[in-house]
Design a protein around this ligand. Structure first.
Ligand code: NAD
Length: 354
């Protein structure tokens, strides 16, 4: 609550994987939520269950353009802005690298200006990719990274680095209240099946009994954080009142090799899939593990959900998603002609929050 009214929070990228879980958690806490998304990688299904929530509204917009007064509900006062808008998986952000760079730089600038105008607190969802292919291990926030500025991942890695720089400049120059979270690999329900990252790839391949594709020799390591834990960390950072505004690493420090992940997923799905190997993509990091000392000491945050528990929930969700995508012939016939998609496939606008 702020001045006796529910907090109004804008979530850019709110129809995406992490953003939709954040919308759920904010609404559950009693906030009103304005989701801004261009549905590039976000799915209308991710927020369809919120359509009838009186405190939830959606704006179909690209953050590269400033949000016009006519797009926002009238007479609103934003209390907080989370910027999660940016495709996060390499095949998606590399499909239009210029748009990815502009989303991170121009889009972040537009949302910072909005935060300043509303005196709202701004949180940037940055990434462990700012560390590139790290030379130090595990990665602390003080490590400046080893990023290739001209490689195919640069639109994302360097875009996020520039977004962090801009966010801190805004704090220094424009006195916007800001926070920066560096998110490490996150997984869970609502990841896209075509996301192209290891967890979603391996689960969809295992469930379909197809070959599991491992890039490189599979001995590269990753640490996977369940989405519920990550959202808890983002929300703690947003409301934290001390001087520590970030960057703060948010991720699960339990490190495992890609081969170990395959073994776990094969065991949990009981899949007969075989493993096949493919060449390692350019600039793929060899090791990734967050040092979460800052998050633990400052925010009292640490991941709670075990890999086993998180994978079970994610596998169950992918199995259900697959079932929904292929309804039986009788249900397909019934639903034909029902419900029209909006442009970009966006969800129909739910009740206004204003
Ligand atoms: N998932 C991870 O493991 C991970 C790791 C590090 C950082 N992050 C960051 O967290 C954020 C969310 O990631 P995610 O995994 O949910 O990805 P996602 O692709 O599911 O979500 C991104 C959302 O932003 C929207 N979007 C993209 N460009 C936009 C634009 N220009 N204007 C408006 N909306 C736009 C997409 O449609 C989508 O709904 C991203 O900023 C990403 O960089 C994610």
């Amino acid at each position: 609550m702020r001045n006796g009214r529910a907090r109004l929070v804008l979530v850019a990228g709110g129809a995406g994987f992490i953003g939709s879980h954040l919308c759920d958690a904010l609404l559950a806490q009693g906030a009103r939520v304005l989701c801004v998304d261009n549905f590039q990688t976000g799915r209308p299904e991710n927020i369809a269950h919120l359509e009838r929530e009186p405190g939830f509204d959606v704006i179909d917009a690209d953050i590269i353009e400033p949000l016009g007064a006519e797009q926002l509900p009238p007479r609103i006062q934003l209390d907080a802005i989370y910027n999660l808008a940016c495709a996060a998986s390499p095949p998606h952000y590399q499909a239009d690298p210029e748009h990815t760079m502009l989303t991170n730089v121009v889009g972040t600038r537009n949302l910072l200006a909005l935060a300043k105008a509303h005196k709202a607190c701004f949180l940037l969802a940055s990434t462990s990719e700012v560390y590139g292919d790290p030379d130090v291990h595990p990665q602390k926030e003080s490590y400046c990274g080893n990023v290739n500025p001209t490689g195919p991942r640069a639109c994302y890695d360097e875009g996020k680095r520039a977004a962090e720089a801009l966010t801190f400049d805004y704090r220094r120059m424009a006195r916007a209240d800001v926070r920066v979270a560096r998110i490490f690999n996150t997984y869970g329900p609502r990841m896209r099946p075509d996301d192209g990252r290891v967890v979603s790839n391996f689960i969809t391949q295992a469930l379909a009994g197809r070959d599991i594709t491992v890039y490189g020799n599979g001995e590269q390591t990753r640490s996977f954080c369940y989405v519920e834990d990550l959202v808890d960390g983002l929300m703690r950072l947003m409301v934290h009142e001390g001087d520590e505004i970030g960057p703060v690493n948010l991720g699960n420090p339990t490190e495992l090799t890609v081969n170990e992940l395959v073994t776990r997923i094969l065991a949990l799905t009981g899949s007969p899939s075989r493993v096949v190997t493919r060449p390692l993509p350019i600039d793929d990091p060899r090791r990734r593990r967050p040092d979460i000392t800052v998050a633990t000491q400052v925010l009292g945050w640490r991941p709670r959900v075990s890999l086993e528990e998180g994978l079970k929930a994610t596998i169950a969700w992918f199995a259900e998603d697959e079932r929904r995508a292929k309804p039986p012939a009788s249900r397909r016939a019934q639903s034909a002609g029902r419900g029209k998609a909006r442009p970009n496939g966006a969800a129909a606008a739910p009740a206004s929050i204003s």
